[in-house]
Design a protein around this ligand. Structure first.
Ligand code: ATP
Ligand code: MG
Ligand code: FE
Length: 334
């Protein structure tokens, strides 16, 4: 089947055409990072305006690059939530209009289901599996018994990993989004700063990153006040080491407890070089299969939405033409 997918949940306007849930015929992504940079983060109103300006062009480009017409399509998919409501609505309304005009089924997709199913574009998924979701708004361990069934076995109690990265980067004075900059700095330093790791209760798969974030920010302030030289490379390396230690230790424990066949990485922070390398080290030479998406499928894109939509298409899970954007959409009810 052929699915046209649309993603506008945050600051990327994207459209893709996906064949049989695994083959990318096109995946056009227009990023707005430059427009938000001077504000140090995504400004919702500006994001919506950009989506309005871009959406038609991006969809036309995706269709023409894939060399398909609306007559060839099986369905139209769109990110229904979570995300910025004004941004979501641009994609949802475009998808609804096209589905209605061309009499095609409409499929609303959870953004995080999309991040997870990005992995299906590079590898066949086998269940049960576990996904470590690390993004700008989410940090979760998601257990899947079968296609389309999501159980969140652990999640952050405060900041998402990406959020912590971006805030630490801002305090150091790095541009938005700070994740990739911290990642780069970390590789130039040594983890010489003693920073906390939030393990929470022994059996818990939950996370907490606000204490670590504050520790980094306090270290910076205190050293500055005392007039001491700050080794930002070492500080970044120490921050990243703490994040990776907690993420991987909990992922490994969850993999053992749930005895899954595959471990997947998903979300924007999946682009992190240190995390990718350490995960490989952890699961290499074990019977668990590790799947890590290529960099262009880690950050927001519509191809991943098309991959997730393909499962809903096969399961007959369609949306009504009065679909609405839902910033609080629940993954477990997907
Ligand atoms: P969500 O998916 O939770 O709705 P989002 O869509 O805004 O949030 P993504 O686009 O999936 O988030 O990811 C963006 C985040 O990934 C940002 O916080 C960014 O700093 C972070 N990020 C990107 N590359 C890296 C990297 N190499 N190391 C660490 N973080 C990174
Ligand atoms: Mg983004
Ligand atoms: Fe995302």
């Amino acid at each position: 089947e052929l699915i046209l997918a649309i993603e506008t949940s945050c600051d990327e306007t994207s459209a893709a055409v996906i064949k049989d849930g695994k083959e990318i015929l096109s995946n056009i992504v227009s990023s707005q990072i430059e427009s938000h940079k001077r504000f140090g983060g995504v400004v919702p109103e500006i994001a919506s305006r950009h989506h309005v300006e871009q959406i038609t062009l991006i969809i036309e480009e995706a269709m023409s690059e894939a060399e398909v017409t609306f007559k060839d399509l099986s369905a139209i998919a769109v990110t229904e939530g979570p995300g910025l409501v004004g941004a979501l609505l641009i994609g949802v309304n475009a998808a609804k209009a096209m589905a209605f005009a061309h009499n095609l089924p409409l499929i609303g997709v959870h953004h995080i289901a999309g991040h997870i199913y990005a992995n299906q574009l590079i590898h066949k998924l086998e269940f049960p599996l576990l996904t470590l979701v690390v993004s700008g708004g989410h940090t979760e361990l998601v257990y899947m018994e079968s296609d389309g069934s999501f159980e969140i076995i652990g999640e952050t109690r405060d900041d998402a990993v990406g959020e912590a990265y971006d805030k630490v980067a801002r305090t150091i004075g790095l541009p938005y989004p700070g994740g990739p900059h911290i990642d780069k700095l970390a590789h130039e330093g040594e983890p010489s700063y003693d920073l906390p790791r939030a393990w929470l209760e022994p059996e818990s798969f939950d996370f907490s990153f606000s204490g670590l974030k504050s520790a980094v920010i306090n270290t910076l302030h205190n050293q500055k006040q005392r007039g001491e030289e700050i080794n930002t490379q070492d500080l970044a390396a120490s921050f990243q080491a703490s994040v990776i230690d907690v993420l991987i230790t909990k992922t490994k424990k969850a993999q053992e407890k749930y005895n899954v066949k595959q471990v997947l990485l998903a979300g924007g922070v999946a682009a992190n070089k240190g995390l990718r390398a350490e995960l490989k080290r952890t699961f290499d030479h074990t019977k668990v299969e590790l799947i890590i998406p290529p960099l262009n499928l880690c950050t927001d894109n519509a191809a991943m939405i098309g991959a997730a939509a393909s499962i809903k298409y096969k399961q007959g899970k369609f949306s009504a033409y009065d679909l609405n954007g839902n910033p609080g959409l629940d993954l477990e009810r997907e």
